[in-house]
Design a protein around this ligand. Structure first.
Ligand SMILES: [Zn+2]
Length: 268
């Protein structure tokens, strides 16, 4: 066979075998520490289910590596802002795993509360992925009560790129990292699904639910924006958990910290 013809034949054979297809991007999930404290559990039930005025409460944020791209999910409290705030910043934790803020392509925000958005401003080069109703509440005059507007200024002023989400969002287009529309706690609340090769599917709850007891009993905090939407979102998470045999990580529940490897290790 002629040399060129043979090369073409080999190339065609490899394509037929799928060998020339792009290899799947490696995806990993790392838990970062974004605060630790306590909360009054009675606040988290509109049916008077709890009596404990002081339960442990954690504030976590996450780094997802997708091939050569990075995404941060929630940014916790701003260091120094209150007794529950972290002592080591998100950017310092990223540096410990050799990631510079400019490498973080996307920052996904579950919702606009201060304990999820405190360090957003330290990622100015990242495209902000937030629910469209959350964005509308942040940019309204005046902003909705409870919306932590300050760290969003860079994006509100047009200095940063923002993509408000009206539906679920397949972030990298291959189904491995999907923002899930989970309204109820706030108008445009979102959760995150990460599908890992070894660990399988992982759901990061945002504040769709704050701890195990509310997840198991479909409990709703009295302060939530919409009760019916909250119940529907919890129901949706339960169905996804069942169908994908997913690990559900309730971001505020310290009992769920151990469901991911300790920093700096990553789930893969
Ligand atoms: Zn919240």
């Amino acid at each position: 066979m002629h040399r060129i013809a043979r090369a073409l034949f080999i190339a065609a054979s490899l394509t037929a075998l799928g060998v020339s297809a792009q290899p799947a991007a490696e995806v990993t999930l790392t838990r970062l520490d974004c605060g630790t404290g306590f909360n009054d559990q009675r606040r988290f039930s509109d049916t008077f289910a709890y009596s404990d005025p002081r339960v442990p409460f954690t504030f976590s944020c996450y780094m997802i590596k997708h091939g050569d791209d990075y995404m941060v999910w929630d940014t916790g409290y701003l260091p120094g802002s209150n007794p529950s705030a972290p002592t080591v910043s998100l950017v310092e934790q990223l540096a410990q795993v050799k990631v510079r803020p400019e490498q973080v392509k996307y920052v996904g925000i579950s919702h606009f509360h201060a304990d999820h958005t405190g360090q957003l401003a330290s990622l100015p080069a990242s495209t902000l992925l937030i629910g469209d109703r959350e964005w509308a509440a942040l940019t309204a005059t005046p902003p909705m009560a409870g919306a932590n507007v300050a760290p969003f200024k860079h994006w509100i002023s047009g200095g940063g790129k923002v993509e408000p989400q009206a539906a679920d969002k397949d972030v990298f287009g291959d189904g491995t990292v999907v923002i899930l529309r989970m309204p109820g706690h706030t108008p445009g609340h979102q959760a995150l699904l990460v599908r890992l090769k070894e660990k399988g599917a992982v759901i990061l709850s945002g504040d769709a639910v704050h701890f195990r007891e509310n997840y198991e009993n479909t409990g709703v905090p009295g302060s939530n924006f919409d009760r019916a939407q909250t119940v529907a979102s919890i129901e949706r998470i339960k169905q996804i958990e069942k169908n994908l045999k997913a690990t559900v990580i309730i971001q505020h529940d310290p009992r769920d910290i151990g469901r991911l490897p300790p920093f700096p290790d990553a789930a893969r």
